[in-house]
Design a protein around this ligand. Sequence first.
Ligand code: AFP
Length: 356
Amino acid sequence: MSYHRVTLSKFLLERRKEGAIDPELASLINDIESACKYVAAAVSRGRLNTMEVNVSVNVQGEEQKPLDVIANDIFLKICEEGDQLQGMVSEEMEQPYIIPPEHKKGKYLLIFDPLDGSSNLDLNLTVGSIFSILKGPVGNEPLKEHHFLRPGREQVAAGFTLYGPTVMLILTVGNGVHGFTLDREVGIFTLTHPNMRIVESTKEFAINASNERFWEPPVKRYVEECIKGKTGPRGKDFNMRWIASMVAEVYRILIRGGLFMYPRDTKDLSKPGRLRLLYEANPMGFIVEQAGGMISTGRECILDIVPQSLHQRIPVILGSKEEVERLNQYHYDYDSGKPTEFDSPLFSTRSLFRND
Ligand code: AFP
């Protein structure tokens, strides 16, 4: 065993020396790391931990799991004590949490989903935490909700963890994407996956196909073409996956490429998508772009969108560049009224992207 591996703390120190991050940001990421270790421990204890926790319905109208509440409290307690924050917002809280006056006021804002994929907890499948860091207002301006409503492009760091067979932390501070694995016995995250890159071409896609009847035509067209495989316009067979846990889906795409979609649909017209812009789409978008992939609603790049509210939902298409570009093109064709072979009853042969 080597004792000279790059730990997360050492990695952050190196980034500080390069001037890529400041000491306050490094310290905040270390606090998030600690919170994630506690959440990992709570998740691994499962029901042993969660007998006495009161749960309710969260601001999204979803039933909270006891571990959602535990993980949210862990993040709040550990990160407020680190003195690097002005405030936090979480998928589990209706309003921003302003750091109380007994703590030193820092310069950053933390946005987090304490336990993504928590509907998988009863099944003992992989879940994770997602986080995004922004700069807060300068001077004496009091922190308000609108300070969190910044485009994803302004994130200074983002990451997520996987509480799976191994505990992993995936991080970007704007210089690529790096994966760390927790050595549970010594409690240290070690760099195991430096410079993760998403391959540009793929034969794998992920979508909740039970929503097919609610999809828009460009998404129906894309999926139908993939399913036709070698005998269809794509001329190759595709594989399909759906874990219902975004952290696990994005990790798979970082490892072997692929496309993940939770597109706009007509299931509930009050919600233009299932996923949350601040807690899921923006941090994952920053990571995916830093790894050479793309993120889009199908019509625009998610990282350029100015959020309208803390719990805004958004359609998400992310992953290998060629496939996201293809979906953007299908949306463009549809919106501009360009007839495609898909619109024709004779649809079955070639797509726009095939040269033969
Ligand atoms: P939960 O955290 O409520 O389990 O939601 C997870 C999630 O936001 C995302 O991680 C999944 O990709 C998506 O929802 C799964 O949605 P379906 O339940 O429609 O499959």
